[in-house]
Design a protein around this ligand. Structure first.
Ligand code: CA
Length: 240
């Protein structure tokens, strides 16, 4: 196994950049580091990396513009490196097309896990489209997308149509954060208004009562406060 995924890191904070570079090199990634958006973009177009790690606060441009530039021509996975407090920033980055974010400060195992997940999603995207008879499964929960059947410990769970749409959207994107706006526009259409935020929350509460042992401490669907929801990654994806 000589395949070394190539990572472009765009980060102007030297110590964070060095930390990521050292960690990733030690784990069989080929690392190319840039400290400005322009430098990063030129590395991306010249080496076509397997994944991009992107800081949003860059000296020469907003990282969101890097996402938009790349998304014009490529679906290379992008993970944003974000400050803890800035939820709006994360939402904007996700809606612009980044795949995930890591909050500073972060540890080695989180960084590596997020990268593996993003790479896997990217690789599986084609497989899953080619094989729509997918099954989501994690713990006691399983979803059969062809039969539109949700089961918990083998027992069918009755969901309303909206609840099913929500769960299957999250499950098909499992492991990724979906922003509130993304979910709302996918379920209620692009002209949905602010009331839908409240309706989304109510539906999520109903879903949790049906699938979670303790809805206050969800096990399957997590709230990313101020950003959106993330469902546990499909185990059958992870095994592909
Ligand atoms: Ca920065």
């Amino acid at each position: 196994m000589n395949f070394k995924p190539t990572v472009v890191i765009i980060e102007d904070e030297k110590n964070i950049c060095n930390f990521m570079e050292t960690t990733l090199s030690a784990h069989n990634y080929k690392v190319i580091a840039a400290s400005t958006g322009h430098e990063g973009l030129s590395f991306i177009t010249s080496c076509i990396p397997d994944i991009i790690l992107l800081d949003l606060g860059l000296p020469d441009m907003d990282g969101v513009n890097v996402i938009k530039q790349v998304r014009k021509w490529s679906m290379i996975p992008i993970i944003v490196i974000s400050a803890r407090t800035n939820e709006q920033e994360k939402v904007l980055a996700l809606d612009s097309g980044c795949d995930d974010y890591i909050t500073k400060p972060f540890g080695t195992s989180e960084l590596l896990a997020r990268i593996r997940t993003a790479l896997r999603h990217h690789q599986n995207a084609g497989i899953l489209t080619a094989n729509p008879e997918g099954i989501y499964s994690y713990g006691d929960l399983s979803i059969d997308f062809t039969k539109r059947l949700v089961t918990l410990k083998g027992e069918a769970i009755h969901l309303t149509q909206i609840e099913y749409k929500l769960v299957s959207l999250l499950a098909k994107n499992s492991g990724r954060v979906l922003t509130y706006d993304y979910i709302i526009s996918h379920i209620w259409g692009p002209y949905a208004d602010n009331n839908n935020n409240q309706i989304l929350r109510v539906n999520m509460a109903h879903i949790r009562r049906k699938i979670e042992k303790n809805p206050a401490e969800p096990y399957y669907i997590f709230t990313e406060i101020g950003v959106g929801y993330r469902m546990r990654e499909n185990l059958s994806n992870a095994l592909l």
